[in-house]
Ligand binder design. Structure first.
Ligand SMILES: Cc1cc2nc3c(=O)[nH]c(=O)nc-3n(C[C@H](O)[C@H](O)[C@H](O)COP(=O)(O)O)c2cc1C
Length: 183
């Protein structure tokens, strides 16, 4: 079910970070489009070690941004224009590293720069090892981001990629879409 096209006409910027759950972001793009959204994807350098940009390009139907330093992409739609274009920014999976950068206003790569440059509401979908999630630094960062108005979806408790179990699983793409529709 496409959640009754509850995101019809919305312009979403999906930022994909370098976590093992990056592959699930491909399914998320498909579901966001089914719900009616136009989806532009931006990837961190580390995300590209897990999933190729071509996958997101095929699923979103739009060029994928992978670097701040891409003259052709900047000429087509500059990063500030992309940050302005977005009606909502979704970071999924959101790594501990990117959460730390967003909490403290870093802008040292494409994704952190886009998130700092946008005034669109932010939805964060953390995914990481449970010890990384429960670390006081990550908890302080997520509390800061929540206090600034970010919507936080997940993480879920359950089996993790390394054979351990605990809070850290990326929320299922359908649950992320439902949270976005509700927001
Ligand atoms: C196999 C592998 C899996 C990883 N999975 C995660 C993860 O699920 N969540 C996370 O926060 N970091 C994970 N990392 C660490 C990040 O890739 C690393 O912190 C990186 O700097 C994140 O960069 P980014 O936030 O710019 O994408 C993983 C690293 C490796 C090698």
């Amino acid at each position: 079910m496409a959640l009754e096209r509850g995101l019809q006409g919305q312009r979403l910027l999906l930022c994909v970070c370098g976590g093992i759950a990056a592959y699930k972001a491909a399914d998320l793009v498909r579901r966001l489009r089914e719900a009616g959204a136009t989806v532009q994807v931006a990837m961190t350098e580390h995300a590209q070690r897990f999933v190729g940009a071509q996958t997101f390009q095929a699923l979103s139907g739009l060029p994928v941004r992978t670097s701040l330093w891409d003259a052709a992409a900047e000429a087509a739609m500059g990063h500030l224009e992309l940050a302005r274009w977005a009606e909502r920014v979704v970071v999924a999976p959101a790594t501990a590293n990117t959460l730390a950068k967003l909490a403290h206003g870093f802008a040292d790569d494409l994704v952190s720069t886009l998130c700092l440059a946008t005034t669109a509401p932010l939805t964060l979908c953390p995914a990481m090892n449970h010890r990384m999630w429960l670390h006081p630094a990550t908890q302080a960062n997520i509390a800061l981001l929540r206090a600034r108005g970010a919507q936080v979806v997940g993480p879920e408790d359950g089996p993790l990629a390394e054979g351990e179990s605990g809070p850290g699983r990326l929320s299922e793409p359908a649950a992320i879409v439902a949270a976005l529709v509700a927001a």
